[in-house]
Design a protein around this ligand. Structure first.
Ligand SMILES: Cc1cc2nc3c(=O)[nH]c(=O)nc-3n(C[C@H](O)[C@H](O)[C@H](O)COP(=O)(O)OP(=O)(O)OC[C@H]3O[C@@H](n4cnc5c(N)ncnc54)[C@H](O)[C@@H]3O)c2cc1C
Length: 346
């Protein structure tokens, strides 16, 4: 059986950046195994593709040019992203298109496995990676497995999946004239859902929130609330419609027991926009509780994590700890941690 130097599990933006950075650091591409069931840019390129971005075109282009292994300057296609205004945001699909090209470009060099990694086990200082119908061995493994929306449990309500509620076209298939829709949350995703519901003329919406709205502020050297604040067109919509007089079909109530008891029975459908949790891991033999070091992604000897499932934690200039999630942030982080990973022994 071939023993790979590295196995990268997941081909979303974080997996793509990891493969690129490993090659940039001198790992021969043939010694990298790359595992994903679809190789279609992860959730970014599939379920979220019609969602407006919260980062600018400029940052997406910076990501595409940051890894020499991507060879983006040799790409023969002139994607719409290249022509877009660098200071504006765009739908995620605009960035997914070039990322699909980068994925294909990297797949030609590394060993790609269209499969799911089900189990990891360490033997003789090597990781055995059990795939659905295959087994590979690698000295080091990177988990770039992504995250899923969190949910709450109110069984009397029918759930509108977050991925549909955040998509202006799909949400229409879920709403009827007489619906009263509960929306839990007040983050970027929740506000986008409120906007979509109002713009598709939903009858009545009740937003259960825990925190006040928080806006990202672009300062000279850094962005306040970069990871948690409202940005772009969603921030503008929130200022126009939520900070002033609410649209007549929308009520916003603090999410406590009393309000839930009073308002929830008036609703028949619900959208949970209450955050994301790490996707289920492959089972890992002989490692009990799984922790990662939030400043460098080390999980265990020869086992590392990156992306939305294992984000970097970093203090911003005013001392607030933030978990850095976003394409450019993954790339910037990998540029610093891959050289460390190369020296961390399995
Ligand atoms: C709604 C939304 C909007 C966002 N907008 C932006 C934005 O505008 N700009 C920005 O920079 N960031 C944005 N982000 C943040 C972030 O960039 C994305 O979440 C991004 O998709 C995270 O990339 P990832 O590679 O970590 O995870 P994913 O994109 O989820 O990819 C994970 C991949 O791993 C695969 N996988 C999982 N388990 C296994 C397994 N056991 N074996 C094999 N494969 C496996 C999955 O099938 C998937 O292909 C957004 C996030 C969300 C949720």
């Amino acid at each position: 059986m071939t023993t790979y130097q590295w196995a990268v599990i997941g081909a979303g933006p974080a997996g793509i950046a990891t493969v690129g950075k490993l090659i940039d650091e001198g790992i021969p591409p043939r010694e990298i195994a790359w595992i994903d069931p679809q190789f279609n840019v992860g959730d970014f390129g599939t379920i979220w593709r019609n969602v407006p971005s919260n980062t600018t075109v400029k940052l997406f282009l910076k990501f595409l040019h940051a890894s020499p292994a991507f060879a983006y300057q040799t790409c023969p296609h002139d994607f719409a992203l290249n022509q877009a205004n660098p200071d504006e945001t765009c739908v995620l699909e605009r960035m997914a298109e070039p990322l699909r090209w980068v994925t294909e470009h990297l797949q030609k060099q590394v060993q790609a496995f269209y499969s799911v990694a089900e189990e990891l086990a360490m033997t003789n200082r090597h990781w055995q990676v059990q795939l659905k119908n295959n087994k590979i061995t690698a000295k080091n493994v990177v988990l770039a497995i992504g995250a899923e929306p969190e949910t709450l449990y109110y069984p009397t309500l029918s759930i509108i999946p977050l991925q549909d509620a955040m998509d202006k076209l799909n949400i229409q298939h879920h709403i009827n004239k007489e619906d009263t829709i509960a929306v839990f949350g007040s983050s970027h995703s929740a506000i986008l859902v409120l906007r979509n519901l109002i713009e598709t003329h939903a009858n009545r919406i009740i937003n259960f929130y825990r925190s006040p709205l928080r806006y990202a502020v672009y300062l000279k050297e850094w962005i306040l609330f970069d990871d948690t604040g409202l940005k772009g067109s969603t921030a503008k919509w929130a200022r126009d419609y939520l900070d002033g007089t609410l649209p007549p079909q929308l009520e916003r109530v603090y999410s406590n027991d009393e309000n839930i008891e009073h308002y929830l029975p008036q609703c028949n459908k619900v959208v949970y926009a209450v955050g994301f949790k790490r996707r289920l891991l492959p089972s890992i033999k002989n490692i009990g509780h799984l922790n990662y070091i939030e400043q460098c992604g080390i999980i265990a000897p020869g086992l590392f994590g990156v992306g939305i499932a294992f984000p970097e934690a970093k203090y911003n200039p005013i001392g607030v700890l933030e978990h850095r999630v976003g394409l450019w942030k993954f790339m910037d982080y990998l540029q610093r941690v891959v050289p460390i990973w190369l020296h961390y022994p399995a």
